[in-house]
Design a binder for this molecule. Sequence first.
Ligand SMILES: [Zn+2]
Ligand SMILES: [Zn+2]
Length: 308
Amino acid sequence: MYFDLLWQSFRDYAWYLGAELLHPHWGNYVYWLLGLSLAVYLLELVLPWRTDQARIRQDFWLDGFYLFFNFFLFSLIGFYAISNVAVHAFQDVLALVGVQNLVAIEIKTWPVWAQLLTLFVLRDFIHWNVHRLLHRVPWLWEFHKVHHSVHQMGFAAHMRFHWMENVVYRTLEYVPLAMIGFGLQDFFLVHIVALSIGHLNHANVRLPLGPLKYVFNNPQMHIWHHAKRLPQPYGANFGISLSLWDYLFKTAYVPQDGRDIELGFEESEAFPRKWHQQMLHGIWPPAPERSLPEKDPGPSPSFGQELR
Ligand SMILES: [Zn+2]
Ligand SMILES: [Zn+2]
């Protein structure tokens, strides 16, 4: 029965993807990804933050491929199918132990905008926590190194991450989100807003937000998340769409203008540069012991303090 479900999910997704490509419409993920990527890239070309950075920056094509792999192909190759099976198996286990319904809070009677806003904020908070785990748990950090192997920042770096991150995020967000009885099936808007903010956070543009920087993540803040040298070993600025969590929980760190800081992690120069090597990283060959990132040798401002 699980096998039928696997096969059916796989077919459904392939069919969905084909239909998406053939029929452009406003709810179409493929064209939104293309459109948003082009728009942010144009912004980088017209108003670059680092004017000396090549227009076709280092790893531009690698990250371009990641964009499509992580957004579509990964799901096509099987994640959508496998997670469908996992969700059914999970529900069967719950039923076995007598739990019929995971929903703890019903919000499906709320107006649509309130449901979408709740989902956006809650999902982002879960992701902030998962992102911190990726930095703290050694075997998870090996996967997350792929994202931190970027040495020159540009919008497409947003989507450079190990396929296991998809698995970790989807698995850990499943139960908390399932506990809320959303009345909506389609979270399209939430995904598109998160995609836009993520692209901008990695873009080679300066985006002064004024006081809104305490709520929304931005390129000037996220570049410090990618800094090679940080005052404490597990990193800072874990926010995905919102910077709010970092300010609330004192993990925000923007000591100065980070336009030209060195990016990566200790020994990131030796990290595999080819896509297939990166996709296998952390799985095979087995990872060596983790060494902590270098400490900032200069006088470091206290954590959480913002100078600019
Ligand atoms: Zn990170
Ligand atoms: Zn990033």
